[in-house]
Design a protein around this ligand. Structure first.
Ligand SMILES: CC(C)(COP(=O)(O)OP(=O)(O)OC[C@H]1O[C@@H](n2cnc3c(N)ncnc32)[C@H](O)[C@@H]1OP(=O)(O)O)[C@@H](O)C(=O)NCCC(=O)NCCS
Length: 164
C-alpha cells in the first residue's frame, strides 16, 4: 500500500501548520522509537516499526523543521484500514497535529479505496477518545484485557468510521 500512495504522501504541505508529511524510512525508526518511548508507558520496539515498514503498511511521519514530530501507521486488509499507531511527540501535543495527521491518514486510505477505518484505544485515553469521536468514529466493540497496564491489563475500545 505504501508504494501505491508514495507519490501522494511525499512532500504533502498544509498551510495551517509547518507540516511536511512523507513516508517513514528505516533510518527514521530510531527517532520514532525515541518519541514512542517518551509518550507511551508500553512503547513499541524498534523491531515492530521496522516490520511495519517492511510489511508495506502505510507508515507516515510529519516533520517540522526537519524534526519528526508525529507519525501514524495504517495496515490495510482488503478494503478495511486499521490504524495501528497515531502519535505526536510530547512537545507538539495539543496543537492540532494529531487531528491533522489523522485527517491526512483518512484521506490517504480513502484514495487507497478503503471503505472503513478501524482502531483500538485504551479505555483510559480520554484525549485520543475525544479526538476520534470528534471525527465521527463510533464504538463497535470492546477487546477485554487487550493492553498491558501498570496493574494488570486494560480493555481496548474498538472504534470504526465509514470512509465515504
Ligand atoms: C492522542 C494524540 C495523537 C492527539 O494528538 P494532539 O496533537 O495532542 O491533539 P490535537 O491538538 O490535534 O487535538 C485533537 C483533539 O484531541 C482532543 N484533545 C487534545 N488535547 C486534549 C486534552 N488535553 N484534553 C482533552 N482532550 C484533548 C480534543 O478533542 C482535540 O480537539 P479540539 O482541539 O477541537 O478540542 C496525542 O496527544 C498523542 O500522541 N498522545 C499520546 C499517544 C496516544 O495516546 N496516541 C493515541 C493512541 S490510540
Amino acid at each position: 500500500m505504501a508504494d501505491v500512495l508514495a507519490d501522494k504522501a511525499i512532500s504533502y504541505q498544509l498551510n495551517k501548520t509547518q507540516s511536511c508529511y512523507r513516508l517513514m524510512r528505516l533510518d527514521d525508526v530510531k527517532s520514532v522509537f525515541d518519541i514512542d518511548q517518551d509518550i507511551y508507558p508500553f512503547p513499541w520496539s524498534e523491531g515492530i516499526f521496522e516490520d511495519c515498514i517492511k510489511t508495506g503498511h502505510l507508515c507516515i511521519v510529519n516533520e517540522v523543521d526537519s524534526e519528526i514530530i508525529a507519525y501514524g501507521i495504517v495496515g490495510m486488509i482488503v478494503d478495511e484500514s486499521h490504524i495501528l499507531n497515531l502519535s505526536v511527540s510530547r512537545a507538539y501535543q495539543g496543537k492540532g497535529y494529531g487531528r491533522e495527521l489523522l485527517m491526512y491518514l483518512l484521506e490517504l486510505v480513502k484514495r487507497g479505496n478503503a471503505t472503513r477505518a478501524l482502531l483500538e484505544v485504551r479505555q483510559s485515553n480520554q484525549v485520543a477518545l475525544n479526538l476520534y469521536t470528534s471525527l465521527e468514529f463510533e464504538k463497535i466493540g470492546l477487546r477485554k484485557a487487550y493492553y498491558p497496564a501498570e496493574n494488570g491489563r486494560e480493555d481496548a475500545i474498538v472504534l470504526a468510521k465509514p470512509i465515504t
